[in-house]
Write a protein that binds this ligand. Sequence first.
Ligand SMILES: C[S@@+](CC[C@H](N)C(=O)[O-])C[C@H]1O[C@@H](n2cnc3c(N)ncnc32)[C@H](O)[C@@H]1O
Length: 252
Amino acid sequence: MTDTAPGTDEHGKPPAAHPWDELARMESPPSAFACAVTRDWPGYFKAVAGKEPRETLVKALEFIEKPGLAIDLGCGEGRDTVELLARGWRVLAIDGHEMALDLTRHHPRLPTGALARLEVVHEEMEAARLPTCDLLNASFSLPFCRPEAFDGLWERIHAAVRPGGLFAGQLFGDRDTWASLPDRSHHTRRRVGELFRGRYRLEHFQEDERDGQDARGNAKHWHVFHFVARRCPDAAIPGGPSPTNMPKGACP
Ligand SMILES: C[S@@+](CC[C@H](N)C(=O)[O-])C[C@H]1O[C@@H](n2cnc3c(N)ncnc32)[C@H](O)[C@@H]1O
């Protein structure tokens, strides 16, 4: 064992600051959505730090009996990932911002010993490899996919969610204020229907449209589709759930 000078690590450097302490020292932004509009992700993480898991994730978990492998796509500061870990899931947390992964790995609600069930990957969702999973959670992240890459991402998500598995999150509508931003993926209600039709049964679907404003009084019109979708059974997969096991719905 090597001796270290007081206040330094084994390489003689000051120990890395705890990411949540760094977050606490940051200046507070006006609101989460003021940050999201400019993709100021550190500001966003500060604005939502410590919040409870998203409702769509909590709803999705009501439909699943046994924990398995979940992908948290665009995990942010980890509010949903830590909930999944607390409920016994293995989690692959993916985010395009390194700070998100650092905060997730050090989240104050991270259950003891849960790091062994957590893998974090720093990658853009447009290119991320998505393994087969029981649940794909994409809370408020899909609108940030570049529009030209969205259809490819949708296909990779469908390929990743096992037949009978769940897909939860949000899509943003065409009447949302941010729909005019060129780097965002927004969809009409009709297109949202087409995206799910024949592939998923919607266990929960809510269209939310309202006016809002941030702390500085900036107006924002929200048009959001919240969903929990179950991937339809795939008869071609040996041993997969058969169509007769599935409750009636939108599945073929
Ligand atoms: C609005 S935040 C949502 C975070 C978290 N899921 C939540 O519900 O609070 C969007 C997250 O997606 C990540 N993100 C944005 N664009 C991305 C991209 N192209 N690829 C991967 N992650 C991205 C951001 O770093 C951020 O953590």
